[in-house]
Design a protein. Structure first.
Length: 376
């Protein structure tokens, strides 16, 4: 039987030729299967993606291997993941379906908090500037108008509108009152309000410690009408450096130990006669213990804050809390402490430790708090 010749003119064996032909045919078949499978996979993937889009399941990606399907992406709930698996498994041509999806709950744009820049008023005799952000043009005009009535001309080019920030209605009047009073007290200084941190800050220098203490007390009285905290950066000429934080913390720990630990809810309280600012003997005994701690750190200033429960009118409670704090101040001064070491403030019922539902809770909210201050 004649055969083909090789490159040297020799006849090629028929068996070898048949085997090579078979290998070539198998290769073609394999390639066809591979390309056919890939074509099937692409078709299945496109089909699934199209159907998911048609059911409003957007933002998902599909990966197909053979007839096994993997879906990944973000969905708004666990239920959505289960629905995707069930839906994909029900499609013709799918053998198994798995997901690699995570739940991402979309936020309502109206609920997204937009932070503001602090508003800062700075003045040095005849020069005054204000910078920061406000919620709208109307509030900027109100701020600038109020400041101009006090300072005269003021540079407000750095005060801008930022849409979406919280309204100024809860703190604006107190901020303007605080700024005006600080301007009356000192020819140079600054007042800052950070609404996102519920914080006021005042800064200036006075000639004497007594002037600084009086100014600090006036500032504290204004801030006490708000829910904001106060950072006082008021100082005086030739003042010693402020105490170190660890020393302030040590005094605070000593007072907390006298009261009964860090948990004010379970600690002792300075007792007063009912509906009165008269300190009881039990209250005086506690103050005597606190005086021992105070005398160990004479360079550290203290805040004496009065608090009440919510029984009675708000104004009455505010006044009672202030009178009780002043009674405590009078007691420690009578026992040798300098009055300008202390800041007295009454918060009324605005800062309860616990709710006022029970008589026990109300008794706990009627209290005096002592806070060691970082300023000297």
């Amino acid at each position: 039987m004649p055969g083909q010749a090789d490159d040297h003119g020799r006849p090629m064996d028929g068996v070898v030729f048949a085997m090579m032909s078979l290998i070539g045919l198998m290769a073609l078949i394999i390639l066809g299967v591979i390309f056919g499978t890939r074509s099937i996979e692409r078709g299945l993937q496109e089909n699934i993606e199209e159907r998911l889009r048609a059911t409003n399941l957007t933002g998902l990606e599909v990966q197909v291997e053979g007839r096994d399907v993997l879906v990944f992406g973000d969905v708004p709930s666990e239920e959505e993941i289960r629905d995707v698996i069930a839906y994909v498994e029900s499609l013709e041509g799918v053998v198994s379906a798995e997901t690699n999806m995570r739940v991402v709950i979309p936020r309502d744009p109206s609920e997204i908090e937009i932070l503001s820049d602090p508003i800062i008023v700075t003045w040095d005799r005849s020069t005054a500037t204000v910078v920061g952000t406000a919620s709208d043009r109307e509030n900027i005009d109100a701020i600038v108008g109020s400041l101009e009535s006090k300072f005269g001309a003021i540079d407000a080019t750095g005060l801008t509108v930022r849409e979406g920030v919280a309204s100024e209605r809860d703190w604006l009047s107190s901020f303007l009152q605080l700024t005006a009073r600080m301007y009356d007290l000192t020819p140079a200084g600054s007042v800052l309000v950070n609404p996102d941190e519920n914080l006021f800050q005042v800064q200036s220098e006075f000639e004497t410690r007594q002037e600084r203490s009086a100014a600090r007390q006036e500032v504290q009285d204004i801030v006490s009408a708000t829910t904001f905290d106060l950072i006082s950066a008021l100082t005086y000429e030739d003042a010693p450096p402020p105490p170190k934080e660890d020393v302030v913390a040590e005094l605070q720990e000593s007072i907390n130990e006298v009261i009964g630990g860090d948990d004010l809810i379970d600690g002792k309280i300075v007792e007063f006669e009912t509906d009165s600012d008269v300190i009881t003997p039990v209250g005086q005994a506690l103050l005597d213990e606190i005086l021992v701690a105070l005398r160990q750190f004479p360079e550290i200033s203290m805040e004496i804050a009065g608090h009440t429960d919510d029984l009675g009118p708000d104004d009455y409670n505010l006044d009672l809390s202030r009178r009780r704090a002043e009674a405590v101040l009078a007691y420690v001064v009578e026992n040798g402490e300098p009055p300008d070491r202390f800041v007295v403030i009454g918060y009324g019922e605005t800062r309860p430790l616990v709710d006022n539902i029970t008589a026990e809770n109300r008794a706990r909210n009627r209290r005096i708090e002592f806070k060691a201050l970082l300023e000297g």
